[in-house]
Design a protein around this ligand. Structure first.
Ligand SMILES: Nc1ncnc2c1ncn2[C@@H]1O[C@H](COP(=O)(O)OP(=O)(O)OP(=O)(O)O)[C@@H](O)[C@H]1O
Ligand SMILES: [Mg+2]
Length: 317
């Protein structure tokens, strides 16, 4: 596999706070690599280090073989970056934004590339529209087009789809897919777990640490020797309370009004759960086995990491 991004023990501290904690991973050329984590997990900090915008405290990041700490300018020239808040100029028109970013990246006057960018972003005929007046999904596609005017081989996208409607999100992902099939590497963060299904591989990060890495199928293997059952009852909070401490419950989480329980023995656990719910008059209740979702996987890893952090005690400075 041709390597596009390689991170070894990458770390960033802000004062005594560790925002990114010894993350190591490798991304292959042409991969769509999803970087998932809750608010404050360290996604943007990692991306900013990989884009040569923020110096790592320790560890190494290589992007297309260029060291992000030694040659940040070299990295910046070679990559595309869409920041968490698209950095378009609202007072410029569509075409002026494309030309501005093309200029920054040293590809001014490349009319063919401008036409390509307009077609890619589905903004043909919209060249003279003011960016300020564009709907969110259009701005997002324009921001992507601006970020790739110089044909970068690696593109970093920091929550590109947040605040965009589902149809625009879908359209955006088909652009990403088309770019990846031409060999462009995509490193993308998202909050939407359903979008993880578009990624070839995923990294889950929590409190600055890498807690899981793999394809969606590989990640779901944590449930290979366990099952997830879903419990629905009229009073879910009471149900959770009663079921939480039961020895047959390995893990539990609440999904809207339903509970997900990770168990070893589906039949025995389901029978016990119904018994307990009957005991508290929390009926009619249903219990059924479900295929674990990525959210179940995610919660599993976050809880395991939390337990590990508690066991480990305060972090050494
Ligand atoms: N310049 C900074 N100075 C101090 N702390 C910072 C700085 N930048 C980020 N942090 C902290 O580092 C942690 C990770 O932030 P980061 O922005 O990387 O998270 P994120 O995963 O991108 O979150 P979000 O999903 O909200 O965008 C947060 O606790 C944040 O407050
Ligand atoms: Mg962020």
């Amino acid at each position: 596999m041709e390597v596009a991004v390689e991170i070894r023990e990458l770390t960033r501290r802000f004062g005594s706070f560790t925002a990114v904690d010894r993350i190591s991973l490798t991304v292959g050329a042409g991969e769509i690599f999803g970087f998932l984590g809750a608010n404050g997990a360290g996604k943007s900090t990692t991306i900013r280090m990989l884009c040569g915008l923020l110096r790592p405290t320790s560890g190494t990041g290589l992007v297309l073989g260029v060291d992000v700490a030694r040659d940040p300018e070299g990295v910046k020239r070679r990559i595309g970056y869409m920041s968490q808040r698209f950095s378009l100029y609202e007072d410029l028109t569509v075409i002026q934004n494309l030309r501005f970013f093309g200029g920054i990246y040293g590809v001014s006057g490349d009319r063919a590339r401008e036409r390509w960018a307009l077609a890619m972003a589905d903004l043909e005929g919209k060249e003279d529209r003011l960016t300020r007046d564009l709907p969110g999904g259009w701005k997002q596609r324009l921001a992507l087009a601006c970020a790739v005017m110089h044909r970068p081989r690696v593109v970093f996208l920091d929550e590109p789809t947040s605040g965009v409607d589902p149809i625009s999100r879908r359209k955006f992902w088909s652009l990403i897919d088309a770019m990846a099939s031409e060999g462009v590497t995509i490193f993308v963060t998202t909050h939407y777990l359903d979008e993880a299904e578009y990624c070839h591989r995923l990294a889950l990060i929590h409190a600055g640490r890498l807690v899981a890495l793999g394809t969606v199928l590989e990640l779901k293997e944590v449930f290979a020797d366990r099952s997830v059952i879903e419990v629905a009852a009229p009073r879910p909070a009471e149900a959770l309370e009663a079921l939480s401490g039961q020895p047959f419950v390995v893990e539990k989480s609440i999904f809207g009004t339903r509970l997900h329980l990770v168990v070893h023995d589906v039949e025995e656990s389901s029978r016990r759960a119904i018994e307990i719910l009957e005991g508290q008059g929390n009926m009619p209740a249903t219990v059924e086995r479900i295929a674990p979702s990525l959210e179940d996987v995610f919660i599993h890893h976050v809880e395991a990491e939390e337990a590990r952090l508690v066991a480990e005690g305060p972090r050494a400075e």
